[in-house]
Design a protein around this ligand. Structure first.
Ligand SMILES: Nc1ncnc2c1ncn2[C@@H]1O[C@H](COP(=O)(O)OP(=O)(O)O)[C@@H](O)[C@H]1O
Ligand SMILES: [Mg+2]
Length: 299
């Protein structure tokens, strides 16, 4: 198992799945792409999995939209936009013997199936994690060492991680029960799966981050591997020029960031990465400019 004294990137590199959670808009996709890029640069073969139906990962990476396909995004780096219903559909089709595609169509269109997928608690989350599990365990093309999962923005990252365990408790028998238990064990294993929380140094996001960490400890018995504090306003220098209102706003934002960072540090003693707010659009250039900051602030 990875040792806590190792630098963050090395610890993440030892994992097969790194789940990046955080509320929408905090820079979750940017952080996932940044970590994926950094891991690919140190020799890991990385797949970035985006779950948001509004694709934006491709813009960060400067590639074509994935549209559900695995697309190359650089040396040892791939990206895929993945929707839970599509994963479920893939599973149904795969289980149908050759030539029975029309049966699969009928199952997929059946109201009972639709109801099952929508209604079964944790099924969609488990399907997403199961997709990642299959890629790293059963191989595939391209072969990848680490999957970076840009987790859905809705709800806590916790519900994603606890879903397979809850589902495994509900379905104990048969092939589905077996697979679900395997996925639950995978996600619960700190040697194989890590969690990173992305946040802003603002009141609500910091509050939610501290709550999420407490819940992770309670429900999974471990915290995240790191908290990434994104989009920090740089200090407003003495000679800074601009309209006085703008400078006042800048100072105010910076003070808020500093106050919330102090609160975060008081409640979270683990690894913390601080990323500045850069005047760069969503693009590969933004990632390149953020990469040097991954070395990481220590607690
Ligand atoms: N550190 C940063 N500096 C500058 N712009 C950033 C930074 N982090 C994120 N952004 C920009 O903020 C927007 C939201 O980021 P994104 O990663 O898509 O957030 P999320 O996935 O949490 O919704 C994007 O336009 C992105 O380019
Ligand atoms: Mg996003």
């Amino acid at each position: 198992m990875a040792k806590p004294a190792e630098p963050l990137l090395e610890r993440l590199a030892a994992r097969q799945l790194v789940v990046v959670t955080g509320k929408g808009g905090v820079g979750k996709t940017t952080v996932a792409a940044l970590l994926g890029l950094a891991l690919s640069r140190i020799g890991r073969r990385v797949l970035l999995l985006e779950t948001d139906p509004r694709e934006s990962l491709h813009q960060v990476l400067g590639i074509e939209p994935s549209g559900g396909k695995v697309v190359p995004a650089g040396p040892r780096l791939w990206a895929q936009n993945l929707q839970a219903p599509a994963v479920m559909e893939g599973l149904v089709r795969e289980k149908m013997p050759f030539g029975l595609g029309s049966v699969a169509d009928r199952i997929l269109a059946h109201p009972v199936y639709q109801h099952f997928v929508e209604g079964a608690p944790g099924l969609k989350e488990t399907a997403l994690l199961g997709h990642a599990y299959r890629i790293v365990h059963h191989g595939g093309r391209p072969k990848v060492d680490t999957i970076l999962l840009d987790a859905p923005a809705t709800g806590h990252g916790l519900s994603l991680l606890t879903a397979p365990g809850l589902l495994a408790d509900a379905i104990r028998d048969g092939q589905l029960g077996e697979i679900t238990a395997e996925i639950a064990a995978f996600v619960a294993d700190p040697a194989r799966c890590a969690l990173v929380v992305a946040t802003l140094a603002e009141e609500m996001p910091v509050q939610e981050t501290l709550e999420l960490i407490a819940l992770l400890q309670e429900k999974l018995g471990r915290g995240p591997e790191a908290v990434v504090v994104n989009a920090l306003y740089p200090p407003c220098g003495v000679g800074a020029k601009g309209p006085s209102e703008a400078l006042a706003l800048w100072r105010e934002r910076r003070q808020l960031n500093e106050r919330e960072l102090r609160r975060l540090k008081a409640g979270w003693k683990g690894d913390r990465i601080e990323l500045p707010l850069l005047p760069v659009d969503r693009s590969p250039a933004l990632l390149e400019d953020l990469l040097p900051f991954l070395g990481g602030a220590r607690p």
